[in-house]
Ligand binder design. Structure first.
Ligand code: ZN
Length: 352
């Protein structure tokens, strides 16, 4: 069963519209605000791409223009926290208050992508996005940086999507701190950062055991199995949902969830590199080829969600990231496939 049985009554009421234990972050109270802020950010950037693509040559201006979410200045009397997210194609930042409310946020594209940039150049972008979010550094209690790859202490020890040709470990926290008034930087894996946020103020709040899948250029996973910290080094994005003869994955293996459910995989399945993942999802209602691409991704993602539920007994699987934000045309298919593959022979089958 897809178990919502671990959550309390309040959570169940809030989850009333969720199906099959697959929780879409758009249904979370707090997260709805963050989502709409992000949508505003995308509108302001003029980009409809789920990769946040933006014309080159305007990088510097980008972060300065896109200060949204209201008054960073008015929060001066409160303590605030700054989160920075280093992705494969852009850097995002958000300043939040004690309760996780977004006070300001910004985004800056990384040109040809983080893989091609040197660590110092990426640190510069992180610092610019930070400066765009913060007006009063004295009020900032802590700064967290989420980054893909393996992380040890203040350094990234390895990542296929970052700093190609650089010498690892890369001391990213120190590089950013040097540009941010010496503020202490806490470096954390990006999927773990997403999971911590969802557990704090998002769709995983109230669940002792929960998985958060980040669906973007890759597929990350943050996993809580009791306790306040996500398990380290979980790579559910590379769970073999397609088997040994499945699609090749960027990691070198075959059949990984990422080879089906990441944004580039959906675009590849559609067969037209000139469109974005969001375009493919938008076309699914009227274009059979798009519908097949989206449905295939949703089906393998449902397998991955069921595997997490059955092997780890998580109470919720939260889907987030650019692909999840494509909305109901994608998420409804994931739920439908999960229901179709759900238990039929055992008692206690979840029918939500
Ligand atoms: Zn893989």
């Amino acid at each position: 069963k897809l178990g919502l049985d671990r959550c309390g009554a309040t959570q169940l009421r809030r989850d009333g519209q969720r199906t099959a234990g697959l929780v879409n972050d758009s249904h979370a109270h707090r997260c709805r605000g963050i989502r709409s802020s992000r949508a505003a950010s995308r509108r302001a950037s003029g980009s409809t791409s789920c990769r946040g693509a933006r014309p080159r040559g305007s990088r510097r201006r980008a972060a300065e223009e896109i200060i949204l979410g209201g008054s960073a200045g008015s929060a001066a009397e409160e303590m605030s926290y700054l989160g920075l997210d280093l992705g494969a194609t852009n850097v995002k930042g958000a300043l939040v208050d004690d309760e996780g409310r977004v006070l300001a946020h910004a985004l800056e594209p990384l040109g040809d992508g983080a893989a091609t940039l040197a660590p110092a150049a990426v640190a510069e972008v992180l610092a610019r996005v930070a400066q765009s979010c913060v007006r009063d550094w004295a009020a900032v209690r802590a700064v967290g940086v989420g980054a893909p790859g393996a992380i040890e202490g203040d350094a990234i020890t390895g990542c296929a999507n970052l700093f190609r040709g650089a010498r690892f470990p890369v001391p990213l926290a120190a590089l950013v701190a040097a540009r941010l008034h010496g503020k202490r930087i806490v470096l954390v894996n990006d999927a773990d950062a997403a999971a911590l946020a969802e557990r704090w103020v998002g769709a995983a709040r109230g669940f002792e055991r929960a998985a958060v899948l980040t669906l973007g250029t890759g597929v990350g996973c943050g996993l809580f199995l009791g306790g306040d910290a996500p398990l380290r080094d979980v790579e559910a994005g590379h769970a073999s949902v397609g088997g040994p003869d499945g699609r090749p994955c960027p990691c070198g293996a075959r059949g990984c969830l990422e080879a089906y459910a990441a944004a580039p995989a959906i675009v590849r399945a559609y067969g037209d590199d000139s469109v974005t993942c969001r375009d493919v999802v938008a076309r699914a209602a009227s274009d059979d080829r798009a519908a097949r691409a989206v449905d295939g991704a949703a089906r393998y993602l449902a397998v991955g969600c069921l595997d997490l539920c059955r092997t780890l007994d998580v109470g919720a699987v939260v889907l987030t990231g650019g692909v999840a934000r494509a909305g109901p045309p994608f998420l409804d298919r994931v739920r439908r496939h999960a229901r179709e593959m759900d238990w039929t022979c055992l008692p206690g089958r979840a029918d939500r």
